[in-house]
Design a protein around this ligand. Structure first.
Ligand code: ADP
Ligand code: RBF
Ligand code: MG
Length: 148
């Protein structure tokens, strides 16, 4: 089912939809279309967890949403990564490497923005717990993050 995991992706951070995810306490770093189009054909849209690295900096926990965001009915598939770290500044134009380690849930529609935010907070908790497990920690130390 998830034979394509762990999945390693790398690309430039571009401007996203500008919906103010940041104001919701959940900024998401978006990839350009090249990355989205390079995904495995059998990839299941949904919410995943793993590790993220901006340029050559530290590796942090992350959650990533891959899909069409039914709540907003996007026309194009997106890959949006929320990194569980407080950054001093935006990093548009930086190189973002992610290692997708596991799957959390399918993308869903919600009746309100509040419900979406509640679900995202739960995702962050679940991801954090999964990422404390030894199998996940092994991926954090993968040489994908140390080589160019
Ligand atoms: P956009 O619609 O342009 O993607 P967002 O409101 O989703 O805007 O904010 C995303 C941007 O916020 C990222 O491209 C990055 O430059 C910045 N950012 C700051 N902190 C984080 C973080 N912890 N995780 C992801 N992006 C962050
Ligand atoms: N959008 C959806 O329409 N449905 C979802 O189930 C959903 N889950 C998400 C989970 C996470 C962890 C993140 C970071 C985003 C998710 N989104 C989802 C995308 C969300 O709509 C987008 O980031 C908005 O821009 C937030 O305001
Ligand atoms: Mg975004």
């Amino acid at each position: 089912m998830f034979s394509y995991l762990p999945l390693f992706l790398k690309g430039e951070v571009v401007k996203g939809f500008g919906r103010g995810s940041k104001d919701l306490g959940c900024p998401t770093a978006n990839y350009a279309r090249e990355v989205t189009q390079s995904l495995p054909d059998n990839l299941k849209p949904g919410v995943y967890y793993g590790w993220a690295q901006v340029d050559q900096q530290d590796v942090h926990k992350m959650v990533v949403n891959i899909g069409w965001c039914p709540f907003y009915q996007n026309k194009e598939m997106s890959v949006e990564t929320h990194i569980m770290h407080q950054f001093e500044n935006d990093f548009y134009g930086s190189m973002l490497k992610i290692c997708i380690a596991g799957y959390l849930r399918p993308e869903m529609n919600f009746n309100s923005l509040d419900e979406l935010i509640t679900a995202i907070k739960q995702d962050i908790n679940n991801a954090s717990n999964e990422l404390d497990l030894p199998d996940s920690i092994m991926l954090k130390n993968n040489n994908f993050f140390t080589c160019d």
